[in-house]
Design a protein around this ligand. Structure first.
Ligand SMILES: [Zn+2]
Length: 299
């Protein structure tokens, strides 16, 4: 009986392992990297995971975020179509694997990785969210080698690249990357266009920090700024302002409900997000977002 059980478990695992890896490979095999030109020397790459910003020129390629490791070859091929230079610097907007999963591959090809100091710390530590959701510590080569606390500037390819830390927003290590001469802003996951943001409370994120980060971006941009969101298509100041207003309204409503003593169930039933239910079609559904806001405001 016991032997039979063991056999079944072993067989189950043997069947499961190749199945899981094949489906993961499949998922990335189908991904196409699409390149959109923003200026003479700045491009955005869409694939699976966070949007990638690319600045090209004679000083080498500067890359912002790198999606998942299995996509590194495709991403390199897409970059090779717009520049003959190697990736010299790679900036991570934060530590999540859909933005930094390619770090090891690009570092091995010679890229120097930069990020806010909490990105390095969190990648080095890893995170157990639940028994099923474990992010192991990243290998040393994948870690940022140059880190900063509040801000950092690079002066390459005729551009000033400003990486500015915004506090406790999506995580505790977010940076918004602004290139003022070209008027392009990469917001990382401090902006999920037209969908609810993931606010990673376990990584130091908060709703109030998130709204502050949106306000920070609004302070940097003007009507002409091309805004690269962490997820979603290209955006602009008007859309960003509308998004800030949505989050700010939801935050005010839920905070008022909490101060009146409403609990999570009552808040969900009151449907304070009703005008924007379509925002729940992405990674974060309506209930999850409301739960996160309640949790963040109750801290
Ligand atoms: Zn993220």
């Amino acid at each position: 009986m016991f032997k039979n059980y063991l056999f079944r478990v072993t067989l189950g695992l043997l069947l499961l392992i190749p199945f899981v890896s094949i489906s993961a490979q499949d998922r990335f095999a189908k991904v196409e990297i699409k390149t959109e030109k923003l200026t003479d020397n700045i491009y955005v790459l869409f694939g699976a995971g966070g949007n990638i910003g690319v600045l090209v020129g004679e000083d080498g390629v500067i890359m912002i975020d790198d999606q998942f490791a299995p996509l590194s070859e495709k991403i390199s091929a897409a970059i090779a179509k717009v520049s003959n230079e190697p990736v010299k610097y790679l900036l991570n907007t934060h530590w999540h694997g859909d933005h930094s999963g390619g770090n090891e591959n690009f570092a091995k090809k010679g890229a120097t990785i930069l990020a806010q100091q909490n990105v390095r710390k969190r990648m080095a530590e890893g995170l157990t969210r639940s028994p099923e959701r474990v992010t192991p510590p990243a290998p040393a080569i994948a870690l940022p080698v140059i880190t900063f606390s509040d801000e950092m500037s690079l002066h390459l390819n005729g551009e000033d690249i400003l990486a500015i830390h915004v506090h406790n927003a999506h995580t505790d290590g977010d940076a918004q990357i602004f290139m003022p001469k070209s008027n392009v802003l990469h917001m990382g996951d401090t902006y999920f266009k037209e969908r609810w943001p993931f606010i990673d409370i376990q990584s130091g994120g908060s709703i109030d920090g998130y709204i502050s980060a949106l306000n920070h971006a609004l302070f940097l941009v003007d009507e002409e700024t091309q805004i690269i969101p962490g997820h979603g298509s290209m955006s602009n100041r008007a859309e960003l302002m509308a998004y800030r207003d949505v989050l700010s309204t939801v935050r005010t409503r839920i905070n008022k409900a909490l101060s009146k003593g409403q609990d999570l169930e009552a808040i969900k039933a009151a449907n304070y997000i009703k005008e924007w239910e379509s925002y729940g079609g992405g990674f974060i559904n309506n209930d999850t977002f409301v739960e996160t806001v309640v949790k963040s405001l109750s801290k």
